[in-house]
Design a protein around this ligand. Structure first.
Ligand code: GDP
Ligand code: MG
Length: 402
């Protein structure tokens, strides 16, 4: 039962209200919209996290062990529930930075909507080619409409790296074909990760897990949640966190690298001594939990002490823009990037904004001055968004040159 099974981190993406959070609660038994604001508004605002172990019971795959059948765990999946609301593209992008594969949910009664398109392009920009497409809410449509919607999806995928992605009609509400989704999840290719290298861990959230009123001697250290991109992490490892702690001094934001030790490692509810790249993990550190509470370290990178490059406020990248602005109802051409324009960039789980200072003749290589510093690893992929009618819209992607 406890033997290592293949692991991966899967993102659930798609337009708001198409059924992402409902599907996840069916798969994992956990409802990810748990913040009071989300419950009030009925939409996912932050990234949601949950996980599932898939069992093979006889010839069947299941998300739980089936009584009376011999079951064996075959795969462990952590999920990231992305917000589908148009205003929350930055959050969606930092989610897309840490996933290995994705489930794109499209409500059959509504079809392809602006954030279906925008999320799909974000996956393409992040080079995520393992995608399962779900036609959800088939209980709401006629057979004819379901076929029309299927053809619409086929056309949408044509010519992309996901052209042959499986498309499964489901009803989350009536629990139709949920087992097919599990079967497809088992088929998802587990990407090979480099483990014989220094670790790079991307912080997607950070928190204080102590209940109010806990005695000082019982306090747990600050916790970091996220994805190990490469390398290994072990209990007792000395680590550094960059950009680290931000404080204001004379109206200027100062960043201080944090160093600490790994106290414990967790994969879902399970405690482990060592972590390899795979599903989401959380790291309990020796840090004062005050430093990690309420996502204060989200977007940071973690590695072995003295391994990360210095933070930078300057960024040079090679950009590629989409032909048209996605994520809005009207189809408009994407204007070239201009000098002095403000762009939002997502690099790993970091979100920053920067002013364009230089553009080469072809308009491809751009240099920016950043408001929030980042840790640059040459070759890393960057999502580029532009403010359009008051919201950040993904307009293309880039590769870091330096
Ligand atoms: P999200 O914004 O994509 O996370 O969507 P939610 O999971 O919050 O679902 C939005 C609404 O659609 C909720 O009221 C769900 O109950 C409903 N819903 C989800 N799946 C289905 C389905 O298969 N059939 C029907 N009829 N409604 C569904
Ligand atoms: Mg949701």
């Amino acid at each position: 039962m406890n033997k290592e099974v293949p692991e991966l981190n899967v993102g659930i993406v798609g337009h708001v209200d198409h059924g992402k959070t409902s599907l996840l609660s069916k798969l994992t038994g956990k409802f990810t919209d748990t913040h009071s604001e989300e419950l009030k508004r009925g939409i996912t605002i932050k990234l949601g996290y949950s996980e599932m172990t898939v069992y093979k019971c006889g010839n069947e795959y299941s998300n739980k062990e089936i009584k009376g059948k011999k079951c064996q765990s075959v795969r462990y999946v952590s999920f990231i529930d992305a917000p589908g609301h148009e205003m929350l593209m930055a959050t969606m992008l930092s989610g897309a930075a840490i996933i290995d594969a994705a489930i794109l949910v499209i409500a059959a009664n509504e079809g392809i909507k602006p954030q279906t398109r925008e999320h799909f392009m974000a996956l393409q920009a992040k080079k995520i080619k393992n995608i399962i497409v779900l036609q959800n809410k088939i209980d709401l449509v006629s057979k004819k409409k379901a076929v029309e919607n299927y053809n619409e999806i086929k056309k949408f995928l044509k010519g992309t790296i996901c052209e042959n992605a499986p498309i499964i009609p489901i009803s989350t509400l009536q629990e139709i074909n949920i087992e097919k989704v599990i079967e497809e999840i088992v088929k998802l290719e587990v990407p090979k990760k480099d483990i014989n290298t220094k670790p790079i861990f991307l912080v997607a959230r950070s928190f204080d897990i102590n209940k109010p009123g806990t005695k000082i001697e019982k306090l747990k250290g600050g916790v970091l949640g996220g994805i190990l991109k490469k390398g290994k992490l072990k209990v007792n490892d000395e680590i550094e966190i960059k950009p680290g702690l931000s404080t204001k001094k004379a109206n200027q934001e100062i960043y201080q690298t944090l160093t600490t030790k790994i106290i414990s490692l967790h994969k879902g509810a399970k405690e482990v001594n060592e972590a390899l790249p795979g599903a989401s993990i959380s790291i309990e550190t020796n840090l004062d939990p005050f430093l990690t509470k309420t996502d204060s370290l989200t977007g940071c990178l973690v590695s072995e002490k003295n391994n990360l490059p210095e933070i930078t406020y300057k960024l040079k990248l090679k950009s590629k823009l989409f032909e048209e602005i996605l994520g809005t109802l009207e189809h408009q051409k994407t204007e070239p990037i201009k000098i002095n324009e403000m762009l939002m960039l997502s690099v790993n789980t970091t979100i920053t904004v920067g002013v364009v200072e230089k553009i080469d003749k072809e308009g491809k290589e751009i240099e920016l001055s950043l408001k929030i510093p980042i840790v640059v690893i040459t070759g890393d992929n960057v999502g580029i968004a532009r403010n359009f009618q008051g919201h950040w819209r993904l307009i293309g992607w880039g590769e870091i040159i330096q």
